[in-house]
Design a binder for this molecule. Structure first.
Ligand SMILES: Cc1cc2nc3c(=O)[nH]c(=O)nc-3n(C[C@H](O)[C@H](O)[C@H](O)COP(=O)(O)OP(=O)(O)OC[C@H]3O[C@@H](n4cnc5c(N)ncnc54)[C@H](O)[C@@H]3O)c2cc1C
Length: 340
C-alpha cells in the first residue's frame, strides 16, 4: 500500500501541473495514468501540433509542453504509475483507498481527478476468443519488445503504430502485418519501408484481410484471416498485436458515486471539490458555469484544488499564502540554492 497526501488520476497537462502546485505547498503526490506515457491528449492526440495559447509561451507543441511541465516538477521526484487505470475508490476513515487495474493500492486523504475525457483505451478485436487471450498472447501495446524475440507475431492495423512495430520487430521476429484495407494510413515512409522489407523477405504483408478466428487452447497456436472476397488463410502464430487506435471512455469514474453531467463532473469553483469531500476534479473532466476546456483553465483549477487538499492532508497546520519570488520556504522546496 502506498500512502500519500494526494493521488492524482491522469497524467495530462493538468495532472502534471497540479503536482507542482501541491509540491510547492509541501504536499506529496502520486500520479496514475491508464496510458503507457505521460502527457494525456497533448501526447496521444497532437504531439507535433503547435499550441499558441499557453500563457507566456507564444508557441509550443503538445510534446514540448509536456516536457517543460515535467521539468518544472523535477524537484518533487514524483512517481508516475503508468499503464494503470484507477478502478475503485472507497472511503476508509479519513482516507480514500484507491485500487488500480494492476492491483496497486494507494491510501490518501485527497484524490484529484484530472482524467480529461476519461481513460484512453485501445480498440480491441471483436472475435470472441480475443478476450480469453488478452495479455496472454494478444496485446494492444508493447511493454518489452524482447518478449517477441524469435517468435511468430501477427500485427494488425494500418496506422503508424502497426507499421512502426512491424518494422522494428521484423529485426528479430517472424512478422506478418495484416490490414483490412490495401492502403496503409500511417506515414508514407513507414509504409514504403514495410513494403521494401516484404520484398526482401523480412516480413509478410496480408491486405485486405481481417481476423476471423483465433486458434489455441491455453496458448495461441494460429489464426484464420478472411479477405474482402471471402478467401480464408491460416497463419501459425505465437502472438497477436492489435493497433487499431484508441477510444476515450469515462470508464470507472462513472461508478464512484460522483455527480455527473454529460460525462463531466460538476465542481464547486471555490476549491474544485466534487460532491464528495476530498475528491476534486480539474481540467477537461470538470464542469461549472463558464467552464472552458483549455489547458490554462486547468492550471488555475489545479492551483485552487491544491490549496484545498492542504486542509485535509495537514488538518493541524495553517496554510500560508506565499510567492515563489520571495518565499525561502517555497524556493527550498524547489531546490533553489541561495546563490541561484
Ligand atoms: C487536437 C487538439 C488540439 C488542442 N489544442 C489546444 C490548444 O491549442 N490549447 C488548449 O488550451 N487546449 C487544446 N486542446 C485541449 C487540451 O488538450 C485539453 O484541454 C487538455 O489536454 C486537458 O488536459 P487534462 O489534463 O484535463 O486531460 P487529458 O489531457 O485528457 O489527460 C487525462 C488523462 O487521464 C487519464 N485517465 C482518465 N481516466 C483514468 C483512470 N480511471 N485511471 C487512470 N488514468 C485515467 C487518461 O488516460 C489521460 O491520459 C486541444 C485538444 C485537441 C484534441
Amino acid at each position: 500500500m502506498i500512502k500519500t497526501d494526494v493521488l492524482v488520476i491522469g497524467a495530462g497537462p493538468v495532472g502534471i501541473f497540479v503536482v507542482q502546485q501541491l509540491g510547492l505547498i509541501g504536499l506529496k503526490a502520486e500520479v496514475v495514468d491508464n496510458l503507457d506515457k505521460i502527457g494525456g491528449q497533448c501526447i496521444e492526440l497532437y504531439p507535433d501540433k503547435p499550441i499558441y495559447d499557453i500563457p507566456a509561451l507564444p508557441l509550443c507543441t503538445g510534446e514540448s509542453l509536456t516536457k517543460n511541465l515535467l521539468e518544472q516538477i523535477k524537484p518533487f521526484k514524483t512517481n508516475f504509475h503508468l499503464n494503470e487505470r484507477v478502478q475503485e475508490i472507497i472511503k476508509e476513515g479519513n482516507n480514500w483507498k484507491i485500487t488500480t487495474s494492476g492491483k496497486k493500492v494507494f491510501l490518501a486523504p485527497n484524490i484529484v481527478i484530472a482524467g480529461g475525457v476519461g481513460s484512453f483505451e485501445p480498440r480491441k478485436f471483436s472475435v470472441k476468443e480475443a478476450e480469453k487471450f488478452e495479455n496472454k498472447g494478444i496485446f494492444y501495446s508493447i511493454k518489452d519488445k524482447n518478449v517477441f524475440k524469435d517468435k511468430k507475431v501477427c500485427i494488425f492495423g494500418g496506422g503508424d503504430s502497426a507499421l512502426d512495430w512491424a518494422i522494428e520487430l521484423s529485426k528479430f521476429a517472424e512478422i506478418t502485418l495484416v490490414h483490412r484495407r490495401s492502403e496503409f494510413r500511417g506515414a508514407e515512409l513507414s509504409a514504403t519501408t514495410a513494403r521494401q522489407l516484404e520484398k526482401e523477405g523480412k516480413l509478410k504483408i496480408k491486405t485486405p484481410f481481417q481476423i476471423q478466428t483465433i486458434e489455441g487452447k491455453d496458448k495461441i497456436s494460429g489464426i484464420t484471416i478472411l479477405s474482402e472476397d471471402g478467401k480464408t488463410e491460416k497463419i501459425e502464430t505465437d502472438y497477436i498485436l492489435g493497433f487499431f487506435g484508441l477510444i476515450m471512455k469515462l470508464g470507472p469514474i462513472a461508478e464512484w458515486g460522483l455527480n455527473l453531467e454529460k460525462k463531466t463532473i460538476p465542481v464547486n469553483t471555490e476549491n474544485f471539490q466534487t460532491n464528495k469531500e476530498g475528491i476534486f476534479a480539474i481540467g477537461d473532466i470538470c464542469t461549472y458555469p463558464g467552464k472552458l476546456k483549455l489547458i490554462l483553465s486547468g492550471f488555475h483549477e489545479g492551483a485552487l484544488a491544491a490549496r484545498a487538499c492542504f486542509k485535509l492532508a495537514r488538518p493541524n497546520e495553517k496554510y500560508r499564502f506565499e510567492f515563489t519570488t520571495t518565499s525561502k520556504t517555497l524556493q527550498g522546496r524547489l531546490g533553489i540554492k541561495k546563490s541561484d
